[in-house]
Design a protein. Sequence first.
Length: 111
Amino acid sequence: MSEVEKHSSADDLWLVIDGKVYDVTPFMDDHPGGGEIMLSAAGKDGTQDFEDVGHSPHARELLKKFYLDEFAGGAASGKAATKSGGGGVSIIAVLLPLLVVLMAYFASKLS
Ligand code: HEM
């Protein structure tokens, strides 16, 4: 996020929308909603602002032209952590009952 915050002026403007970083500097003069409003969303996650306006599919298509990179902080890394966490849980969920069954089997053999 600190990297994105460095680009929050009218002549160098990055926005984070839905886990992706966009360099919208060339779009400042062309934005139908005005450059000023985009400046207000700069240096922070602009997803909410972008969604609140109810941008058209055309606007979402335009967004692709300014795509820069995946956002590595905040919500995006949160999603990644949830994914890897989910994998770990499912392995335990498979191994644990197997271990219990094996222990029960050997216990009955011994007695
Ligand atoms: C790269 C990002 C953005 C793109 C490509 C974009 C594109 C557009 C386009 C094409 C429109 C015309 C209406 C439509 O097609 O939906 C529009 C309108 C508008 N946009 Fe954006 N926009 C962006 C970011 C933002 C952000 C971050 C905000 C708010 C902070 C914002 C606020 C508005 C507003 C208020 C309007 C309505 C203008 C009006 O109807 O008078 N936009 N935008």
